[in-house]
Write a protein that binds this ligand. Sequence first.
Ligand SMILES: [Zn+2]
Length: 258
Amino acid sequence: MNTLLLSFDLEEYDKAGEDGFEIGYRGGQVVRDLLRRTEVRATFFVTGSFYSRYSEFVAELSDEHEIAFHGLSHGDDYQSMSAEDALERLRTGKEKLEKGITNQVAGFRAPRMRPPSYAVLKSAGFLYSSSLHPTLVPGRYNHLGEPRIPFSQEGVLEIPVSVSPLARLPLSWVWFRQLGVSYAKIVTLALKSNYLAIYFHPWEFVPLTRGGIMYTRNTGEKMEGAVEKFLRWATVKAEPLTMGEYACQEGCTQGAGC
Ligand SMILES: [Zn+2]
């Protein structure tokens, strides 16, 4: 593990109705400061609906970090909609985002990890996807049979989120918050891939009261402190790259059309 691929899904917190956008924004500011302190560049997967409300903030973020796309709206289910609808929504959102930010939008992460086909992603102009969490999340998905390492399909590079070998223990967002920094370090040290791909949501950096223990436990300052500690440890071992930079490196050898 010599590369750190840190990403954030910058979106509305969907347990708080319309307030969820403001919660995402507040968390985004906490995350931006944290990344400045730790000197880490990251990738933000932004929803179109969040971008509509906080476009200036997203534009500012794009001066320091990579902006990628997280669906037109977080309620979108790209797996169950038709290919035409998915393509239309992806193209619309990507174009809108690109008008306001400094980078080309190369990456996509599906809301709730339910992406359309790679052919659709390719047609929409994406170079890479990070929509595969190769583990079991009861009630959401079972990706225990999927690859843990990057692969290219239809000219799109998939960069799976990191999980441990064998038991495929996850260490991103809710698992990081519930199980803690020591646990995340142990899983990281067990990785056999050349990168650690870990992701969080800015809303986790705001103290939450609504949504049950899975969503609220250890949010706010506790989360901020834990992630800072983890990043200071991880960046001694690994160089932070944005996912787009990594995709370009890997894509050149894997046919992602870099
Ligand atoms: Zn999301």
